[in-house]
Design a protein around this ligand. Structure first.
Ligand SMILES: Cc1cc2nc3c(=O)[nH]c(=O)nc-3n(C[C@H](O)[C@H](O)[C@H](O)COP(=O)(O)O)c2cc1C
Length: 398
C-alpha cells in the first residue's frame, strides 16, 4: 500500500492518492471530515484555519461506501484559492502581466527555520513563493485525510490510534496518560486532559503571541490492539521503529522522535529500563512496564505502541527575525505569512495520521489479501497459530 500527497497551499486543492487497499473496506466521509476538523482546531491557530473549513471529496476507488481495490483519490479544496487564482495559475502569464502576478504575493526574505532558504538554494529561485507553497504544512490536511482512510484497514483488526499533548513550552502533563484518557484529551483545545497543565499551556501560547513569538512542545501517539510480529529486523529498511520514526519526522516542525521512554533511555540502567516478561495462560505474555513502547528489535511485541515527538516552535514570527533579502543580498527582516502561534495540538492529529499510514502498510504487508474478508481470515488464522504455539487461552491480547 502506498500513500502519496500533492498540492500547493494556495493552489486549488491538496490531494492524497492511496494505492493498494483491499476491496470491501468501509469508507465514511463524515469520519474523514471530523478528523480534518480536529487538525484545524487548537488553541494558538491562526486566521487561515477560519477560512479553510476542510472537507474531503472522493474522486476514485470507492463505491457506495466501500473500497473497490483500485487507487483511492481524496481531494481537500483550498477555499483560500479563490483569492489566489491569478498568483497560482498554472497557465502561462502574458509578459505584460507577469511582473504584477508575481509581485502580488512575492516573498524574498527567507524565514529562519522554514524551508525558504534551503528551497531557494535547491531550486535556484529568489521567488520564495515557489518554495513556500509546497513546503507549507497545508499538506498535512491531505495526510490526515489519507490516515483516516487507511484506518479502515486497521479497523478490520481492531487497531485503534490516539494521541495527546505532553507539553507546550514549559507546561507539561504530570504522570502517565492512559489510552482511555487520551480520548478525553483530544476534546481539549490544547490536546491535554490535565486542566492545570492545559491552563499553563494556554498561558504560554498567549504570552508568545503577545511577543510576536511562537512555541513548540511534545506529543505522544498510542496504539491499542496492534498484533505482534509486524515489521522486521531482517533488513534495516523493514524495521517498524525506523518506519515510524521516518513518518513522524516527516511532519513539518517535528525535530525528534522516540519510542516509549526512549528520550530517557540513555540516563537509566538496563535493569530499570527493560520490560520484564511474564506469561499468563489467559492473556498471553505480560509486561509490567512498557518502556520499549511496543516495539523490540524493530518488531511489534503486542504491547501498546507509544511514540513521542518533539515539535519545534514554528518559524513564522510576527516579531520578525533577521534575514537577508535574496534580491539585493542586504539585511532584511524575515518574511511573514498569515500564521499560527502554536501547532502542537494539530501536530498530534497529524502524527496519528502518519502512524495509521505506517501501521496499515505493515498490516497489509503481513496479512495482505485482495479483499477485507481475506485480510480478516489471514489475521484470525495467525492469531490461532500464535495461541496454540504459545499456550494462550480464549482471548489473548496478542
Ligand atoms: C499542522 C501544522 C501547521 C503549521 N503551521 C505553520 C504556520 O502557520 N507557520 C509556520 O511558519 N510554520 C508552520 N508549521 C511548521 C512549518 O511548516 C515547518 O516548520 C516548515 O515546513 C519547515 O520544516 P521543518 O520545521 O520540519 O524543518 C506548521 C506545522 C504543522 C505540523
Amino acid at each position: 500500500m502506498r500513500v502519496l500527497t500533492a498540492g500547493e497551499s494556495h493552489g486549488p486543492a491538496v490531494l492524497c492518492l492511496v494505492e493498494g487497499l483491499p476491496a470491501g473496506l468501509e469508507v465514511r466521509k463524515d469520519r474523514i471530515n471530523s478528523e480534518l476538523r480536529r487538525r484545524q482546531r487548537g488553541y494558538g491557530r491562526g486566521g487561515r484555519m477560519k477560512i479553510e473549513q476542510d472537507e474531503v471529496e472522493i474522486l476514485s476507488g470507492v463505491r457506495h461506501g466501500l473500497t473497490l481495490g483500485s487507487p483511492v483519490t481524496l481531494v481537500v479544496r483550498n477555499k483560500d484559492h479563490a483569492n489566489w487564482s491569478d498568483v497560482m495559475s498554472p497557465d502561462v502569464v502574458a509578459e505584460e502581466n507577469r511582473a504584477e502576478a508575481l509581485s502580488k504575493r512575492e516573498r524574498t526574505s527567507p524565514r529562519p527555520g522554514h524551508a525558504d532558504l534551503a528551497g531557494a538554494l535547491k531550486y535556484l529561485t529568489k521567488d520564495l513563493r515557489n518554495i513556500i507553497e509546497r513546503s507549507s504544512a497545508r499538506d498535512t490536511a491531505a495526510r490526515v485525510a489519507g490516515g483516516m482512510l487507511v484506518q479502515s484497514a486497521l479497523d478490520v483488526l481492531g487497531v485503534e490510534v490516539r494521541s495527546h499533548v505532553l507539553s507546550i513550552e514549559g507546561a507539561a502533563v504530570s504522570g502517565e496518560v492512559s489510552f482511555d484518557d487520551m480520548a478525553r484529551a483530544s476534546e481539549s483545545d490544547v490536546g491535554c486532559l490535565d486542566e492545570e497543565a492545559a491552563r499553563k499551556m494556554r498561558d504560554a501560547i498567549d504570552a508568545a503571541k503577545k511577543d510576536g513569538d511562537t512555541v513548540g512542545g511534545e506529543i505522544e501517539v498510542a496504539v491499542r490492539g496492534l498484533p505482534p510480529g509486524l515489521g522486521s529486523f531482517a533488513q534495516w529498511t523493514l524495521r517498524l521503529d525506523g518506519l515510524l520514526a521516518q513518518a513522524l519526522m516527516s511532519i513539518p516542525s517535528v525535530k525528534a522522535v522516540a519510542l516509549g521512554s526512549g528520550f530517557d533511555a540513555g540516563r537509566r540502567r538496563g535493569s530499570a529500563f527493560h520490560d520484564q516478561i511474564g506469561h499468563d495462560p489467559a492473556r498471553g505474555f505480560t509486561r509490567p512496564s512498557n518502556n520499549a513502547g511496543g516495539i523490540e528489535g524493530g518488531v511489534s511485541n503486542g504491547e501498546e505502541i507509544r511514540v513521542r515527538a518533539i515539535v519545534k516552535p514554528i518559524p513564522t514570527l510576527m516579531n520578525r527575525l533577521p534575514s537577508v533579502d535574496l534580491k539585493n543580498l542586504q539585511p532584511a527582516p524575515a518574511a511573514i505569512e498569515r500564521s499560527d502561534t502554536c501547532v502542537v495540538p494539530a501536530a498530534a492529529v497529524v502524527a496519528e495520521a502518519m502512524v495509521r499510514i505506517v501501521l496499515a502498510q505493515a498490516v497489509l504487508e503481513t496479512y495482505g489479501g485482495d479483499s477485507r474478508l481475506q485480510l480478516l481470515a489471514h489475521f484470525e488464522r495467525s492469531r490461532e497459530l500464535r495461541a496454540s504455539a504459545f499456550g494462550f487461552g480464549e482471548n489473548p491480547k496478542h
